[in-house]
Design a protein around this ligand. Structure first.
Ligand code: AMP
Ligand code: MG
Length: 337
């Protein structure tokens, strides 16, 4: 059953993956309106729900195992749906295991360091899922489209010479490889929205008072650079989709479909990591059993010795039976049959 699900998820996300080494032309290769045959939002709801349930389960195991961390990088143009994707996809997971960082225009302190510094500072720990709302990829997107950003970075002359962008792609790939080798998996999602859909979403932000705060005049200025951004995205996707950290281009004209895709790619990564609850050693199992017997002896008169076990059907302890030496206590392994 579980394998079947893993296979279906892998098949579902395959068309979204940028093959390492391939040359991407966004407009030619990826359709922002693609829905993979899921016709209506309603049909997608069940899919998203099962996806978020699966994520919640895997996140508990990831945290318990405390060996791997997962970093999700979200990139999109304004109104591409990053915030809503985070809200919906992570709706079922324990907030303690997730940290979201939004990256804005770099501060003076950040500009006083190498360009990857501020991203490294916000990496998730082992056992955590980190989400970057915008990421180190801004360093080859907004910084490339608006070179004045590069001038603000106080780089020495040698670092501004030659092909800065090719060098940055390589440095980013190397950094991600280093992280992957150390147990941090990187999930890269580009939310690919059409220009017309952005126009509609901007108008909604202007028309609906509760959405006004989401709109800034800078958004219109950036929209004027639409083609430059598409070009920069295409180059970035071509140069930085690697075997260890591939890009996924998510169709973003239908928000509900984007969310299903994001949940599926993240689920795929977690299934691949396959985190397990730590195994309890025989020695600890004995200690657990002994502690359990001690607690049972403390039961007040008339109370069940172990109300929890008594409430679990098939525990062999209905009505508060005797604890066997081997003890059935302790978390079962997360391994699914
Ligand atoms: P928002 O996500 O709408 O709150 O806007 C954040 C702004 O910060 C966007 O306009 C980004 O382009 C900008 N930004 C993010 N990272 C960088 C960076 N490294 N250099 C310059 N601008 C950036
Ligand atoms: Mg904005």
């Amino acid at each position: 059953m579980a394998d079947d699900r893993a296979e279906r998820i892998a098949e579902f996300i395959e068309p979204l993956r940028v093959a390492p080494g391939s040359e991407v032309h966004l407009a030619r290769d990826f359709d922002p309106g693609y829905k993979a045959g899921v016709r209506k939002k309603k049909d997608g709801e069940e899919l998203l729900r099962s996806g978020t349930e699966l994520l919640a389960d895997y996140q508990r195991r990831l945290a318990a195992q405390d060996t791997y961390g997962v970093l999700v990088c979200l990139q999109a143009l304004d109104a591409g749906g990053k915030d809503g994707t985070i809200r919906h996809v992570m709706s079922g997971v324990n907030p303690q295991g997730v940290r979201v960082t939004a990256f804005k225009v770099p501060s003076a302190e950040e500009l006083d360091h190498d360009y990857l510094w501020r991203y490294a500072r916000h990496m998730p720990a082992r056992g955590e899922i980190g989400i970057f709302n915008r990421s180190h990829y801004e360093e080859v997107l907004v910084v490339r489209v608006h070179p004045e950003n590069l001038r603000r970075q106080k780089l020495p002359a040698a670092a501004r010479k030659g092909d800065v962008w090719e060098r940055r792609y390589r440095e980013i790939n190397d950094w991600e490889r280093y992280l992957t080798d150390n147990g941090f998996r990187i999930v890269k999602l580009f939310l690919n929205m059409s220009k017309e859909e952005q126009r509609i979403r901007f108008l909604k932000r202007i028309d609906v008072p509760e959405r006004n705060w989401k709109f800034s005049s800078a958004d219109v200025r950036e929209r004027a650079r639409w083609d430059d951004y598409q070009w920069a995205f295409s180059h970035m996707l071509s140069a930085t989709s690697t075997e260890w950290a591939p890009w996924y281009v998510l169709p973003a004209d239908h928000k509900w479909f984007t969310r299903i895709c994001a949940a599926a790619v993240l689920a795929h990564t977690l299934i691949d990591i396959d985190p397990r609850y730590p195994q309890v050693s025989d020695e600890s199992r004995k200690q657990l059993a002994e502690a359990g017997r001690e607690l049972e002896r403390e039961a007040p008169k008339g109370a069940a010795a172990d109300p929890y076990a008594a409430s679990v059907p098939g525990s062999g302890k209905g009505g508060g039976g005797k604890r066997k030496h081997s003890g059935g206590r302790g978390k079962r392994s997360g391994k699914k049959g």
